[in-house]
Design a protein around this ligand. Sequence first.
Ligand SMILES: Cc1ncc(COP(=O)(O)O)c(C=O)c1O
Ligand SMILES: [Zn+2]
Length: 399
Amino acid sequence: MKQLRCFLCQQNAPFIPNQILCSRCGQPMLFADESDQKKKIQAEKKLSLEKYQDFLPLDSIDPNLCLGEGQTPLIRLLKLENEYKFPPLLAKVEAANPTLSFKDRGTAVLVQKVKQLGIKKIGTVSTGNMASSTAAYGARAGLETTLLVKKGTSIGALLSSAAFNPLIIEVDGDYGQLFYKSYELGRKFGIYFANSVDPLRIEGYKLTSLEICLQLGEAPDYVFVPVSSGGHLLGLLKGFIEFKEAGFISAVPTIVGIQAEGCSPIARAFEADREQVERFPRVETIAHSISNPNPPAGNLVLRLIRENHGLIIAVSDEEMLRAQQLLCQQEGLFVQPESASTLAAYLKLKNLDKIQGRAVLVLTGHGLKAAENNSVDNTRLFQSTLQELESILAFASRS
Ligand SMILES: Cc1ncc(COP(=O)(O)O)c(C=O)c1O
Ligand SMILES: [Zn+2]
């Protein structure tokens, strides 16, 4: 796995940081798996990158660069199953990663390669989970880290990155153009800009699929995943395809990608049977982490989802918030509304009788990362003095 390939127009290219977009069609290129060596899982190894190294474009793994990413829980959502008479429903809790999102899996692979190549500076274009993940791993690896964020990013969103002391530049301008500009500046300043669709990140996301199959004992029938740029979905799909080719599973699950109704460029193209994703005109959603109006991997996601019999659907903000509440109050899982979109989509498809079989919801990020959408329920919050406490408790506690 040394070369990149455009899986849309089949062009090959060498792997060069900041040159990861296909020169012919503009879609992100991914690592091509040319090796015909039989792949093994090294179950006895401790770290996730070590266990699945045969599936990664890494010749060696430095354990000191890892933060304990991966090997996240896969848990049954039994209360939901029982209440709604669902077939087996499970959650892959990616919020359990070191910086509370799936992004750590990608950043972990990235820093390994960056150190091996002798690169000293990394960067990313993000305001959220990818920024804090990159800053954390950058700090641990002793790399200078540059984050390019949108002007007006809230202090709350900045804090989870700023704690690691990266260079942060707030940029006033079109966020979509900033993505492409970062590659140009990266080449000039020797900074590897690993953005959302970076091929090394995508290799890291593959491991989620491998883990799901090993934890379940086989591939699930459905996997639900929120989609913004499309990088995560590509990684999951690539993981299942390679795991099948290696003979570990017999079929690739149906992947269901979910977008917010208020920013659903890929879902719209999917429904309309178009091959090209069009820029979404006006973004209006609380789900900021999945609100890319111009997804860089959009066309590739469309092609691969169709080829592998998946689907892309949209859910409303209200459906996401209701699903977030269900996951919290029924299952004890506090995840971002973006991540709860998976349950919202599951409920939608289930109501249409379109789910037959075992499904896994990939819960991409922790609720604390987007807590501005939540409030304290006033009917459950009381004030008391020490003297009054007993009578207030007697009044308020559920009998
Ligand atoms: C919590 C969460 N879920 C889903 C996504 C979407 O991932 P992608 O941009 O790879 O499609 C993101 C991206 O930042 C995210 O932060
Ligand atoms: Zn191409």
